[in-house]
Design a protein around this ligand. Structure first.
Ligand code: AMP
Ligand code: MG
Length: 478
C-alpha cells in the first residue's frame, strides 16, 4: 500500500502519535471486498496471511504512521472541549492505483491521550452496526465512510455489562470533522484553524487552491455537500441519531454510525437514539440540525472569512436542501414535472404515510408496481388515482417509470430486526454468517440476487418490520 501521510505533516498540535495496542488472538468477523478494492487489497482478506495481525494493530503496516486526531465539538448542543480520538487511530493516507487518496483508520485500537479514562475499545455490537450501515449506505449510493472489516478481539470490555470487543477498520475520504476546526478555534489557535483550512482545500478541493476566495468556496462547498447529504438521508429514511459536530465530516460524508436507524413505519419525529429524550436528533429535525452544525463551523471560520459572506453562504443552505430534497422526491416518485400539483401530492403523501402507518421503504416499491399490484387500503385510493393522473402527464411509459423508481427506491434496507438477528447470532453463537449475508444483500439493495438468495429469503428480507421491532431505539453505548 502506497502511504502518503499528509495529516502528520501538520505537526504535533494536531494529534498524538501512537501505535495501536496489541491484542490477543484477533479473528475475522467480516471483510468487505469492495471496500478493500479502494486501497488495492485482494477480494479475500485471508489471501494475506498477516491481514488480522496487521489490521488489528499487532504488527505494523509498512508506511503507516498511526496517530490520534485532536478535535472537540458540540454534543447535544453543548460544547465539549475535551474530545479527540480516544479510541481511534488514523493509520495514514493511502494513494491507490487510480491515484485516489483514502484514509485508513482503526476504531477501538486502545486508549489514547484523548481517552479521558475510557478503555479505548469498541464493542463487537457497535462495530458490526457501523460495518453493516457503512456498506449498506455505499450500496444505496449515499456518501459514507466505508468499513473494510470488523476484527474481533478476545477481550471483555465493560459497558452496562461485560461485552465482547472488536476493531473496525474504516476507509474514508476524510476524518476532518466540524469539531476539528472547533478544537483550534475555541483554544484560541486561529493560525491552526487556518492551517487546517489550507490542508482541507489542498487535499479535498485542489481545483480551487489558486482562487483568491478559496476560503469562501470551501465553506460554500461544505454547505452544499452537507445539504445534499441530509436531503439523501431524509429521502431514504435514515436517522443518524447523534449529529454532534464531531460526527460531521467536512466532505459531506455520513460519518460515525452510532445509534442510527432506518425508518420503518413512517413516524416523522422518530429518534433512533434511546438517549435522545428531547428528540434533538429526530428524523424531522435533521435538516435543521445540519444548519445548526454548519453555523458552528462558520463561527470557527469567522476570523478568516467576512461574517457577511459566511451569512450569505448560510442563507443558501435551506434553498439548496429544498432543491436536492425535491430532486430526491422526484426520483422516488418517478415524476419529473415539479409543479405545484407535485408539491401538493408529496405533502399529501407524507400525511397518508403517517396516518395509515405505512412502511416508508416498501411504499415506494409498491407505488412503482401500481396499478398492477392492487391496493387494499381504501383511504389510499384517492391519492393513488391522483398519482396516476400526474404520472400520465409525463413523457415516459409505465414500464420506464417503474424501472427508474426501482433503481432509486431500495427493496432492502438495514431493518432493526434483520440487524438484530445478525447481532444475536454473532454475539450468542459466534456465527458471523448472517453479517456477511446482510452485507452482500445490502450491497445491491435495489435488486434481488437470486443466485445467492432463495425466494423465501428475499421475501423475508424485504418484508415490513414486524410489529414488535417497529421504531426500535438503540442506546448510545450499544
Ligand atoms: P463517539 O460517541 O464515538 O462519537 O465518541 C465521542 C467521544 O468519546 C470521542 O472523543 C471518542 O473518542 C470518545 N470515546 C468514546 N468511546 C470511547 C472509549 N471506549 N474509549 C475512549 N474514548 C472513547
Ligand atoms: Mg464521534
Amino acid at each position: 500500500m502506497n502511504f502518503k501521510n499528509r495529516f502528520i505533516e501538520l505537526g504535533p498540535e494536531f494529534y498524538q502519535g501512537k501505535t495501536p495496542d496489541p491484542v490477543t488472538d484477533p479473528y475475522l468477523i467480516d471483510y468487505s471486498p469492495s471496500a478493500g478494492k479502494l486501497i488495492d487489497l485482494p477480494p479475500e482478506a485471508d489471501k494475506d496471511s498477516d491481514f488480522l495481525e496487521r489490521f488489528s494493530g499487532n504488527k505494523p503496516i509498512e508506511g503507516a504512521q498511526p496517530l490520534a486526531m485532536a478535535y472537540s465539538g458540540h454534543q447535544f448542543g453543548s460544547y465539549n472541549p475535551r474530545m479527540g480520538d480516544g479510541r481511534g487511530l488514523l493509520l495514514g493516507e493511502i494513494q491507490n492505483q487510480n491515484q485516489e487518496m483514502w484514509d485508513l483508520y482503526l476504531k477501538g485500537a486502545g486508549p489514547t491521550r484523548f481517552a479521558r479514562g475510557f478503555d479505548g475499545r469498541a464493542t463487537l455490537n457497535s462495530s458490526i452496526r457501523e460495518h453493516l450501515a457503512s456498506e449498506a449506505f455505499n450500496g444505496l449510493g449515499i456518501p459514507t465512510t466505508r468499513s473494510l472489516a470488523v476484527i474481533g478481539i478476545r477481550e471483555l470490555i465493560y459497558r452496562q455489562r461485560p461485552e465482547l470487543a472488536a476493531i473496525l477498520v474504516r476507509v474514508a475520504d476524510s476524518h476532518i470533522r466540524f469539531g476539528s476546526f472547533e478544537f483550534f478555534h475555541y483554544n484560541g489557535q486561529e493560525k491552526n484553524v487556518e492551517r487546517l483550512l489550507e490542508f482541507s482545500i489542498q487535499n479535498y478541493y485542489p481545483d480551487i487552491a489558486e482562487e483568491s476566495d478559496k476560503y469562501r468556496i470551501f465553506f460554500q462547498r461544505t454547505v452544499q455537500r452537507t445539504a445534499k447529504l441530509i436531503a439523501k438521508w431524509q429521502a431514504v429514511g435514515f436517522i443518524h441519531g447523534v449529529m454532534n459536530t464531531d460526527n460531521m465530516c467536512i466532505t459531506g460524508t455520513t460519518f460515525d454510525y452510532g445509534p442510527y436507524g432506518f425508518m420503518d413505519r413512517f413516524v416523522p419525529n422518530h429518534t433512533s437514539n434511546h438517549s435522545d429524550t428531547h428528540r434533538r436528533y429526530a428524523y424531522n429535525q435533521q435538516p435543521e440540525i445540519g444548519f445548526w452544525n454548519l453555523n458552528k463551523l462558520a463561527e470557527t471560520l469567522s476570523p478568516l472569512i467576512d461574517t457577511e459572506i459566511l451569512e450569505e453562504e448560510m442563507k443558501q443552505y435551506q434553498p439548496i436542501f429544498n432543491r436536492f430534497y425535491r430532486e430526491e422526491m422526484s426520483k422516488k416518485l418517478g415524476l419529473a414535472i415539479l409543479d405545484s400539483e407535485f408539491t401538493q401530492l408529496v405533502q399529501e403523501m407524507f400525511q397518508l404515510l403517517h396516518d395509515q402507518q405505512l412502511d416508508y421503504t416498501n411504499f415506494f416499491r409498491f407505488l412503482a408496481n401500481y396499478p398492477e399490484a392492487s391496493c387494499s387500503i381504501d383511504n389510499l385510493k384517492p391519492w393513488l388515482n391522483r398519482y396516476l393522473e400526474l404520472a400520465q402527464r409525463e413523457d415516459i411509459s409505465h414500464e420506464e417509470r417503474k424501472t427508474q423508481m426501482d433503481a432509486t427506491n431500495p427493496k432492502f434496507i438495514l431493518r432493526t430486526h434483520l440487524l438484530q438477528t445478525a447481532l444475536d447470532k454473532a454475539l450468542k453463537e459466534s456465527d458471523f454468517s448472517e453479517i456477511t449475508r446482510l452485507r452482500i444483500l445490502l450491497e445491491n439493495p435495489f435488486q434481488d440476487q437470486p443466485e445467492i438468495f432463495e425466494e423465501h429469503e428475499i421475501e423475508h428480507y424485504a418484508q415490513d418490520t414486524p410489529e414488535a421491532s417497529i421504531c426500535r431505539q438503540t442506546s448510545c453505548s450499544a
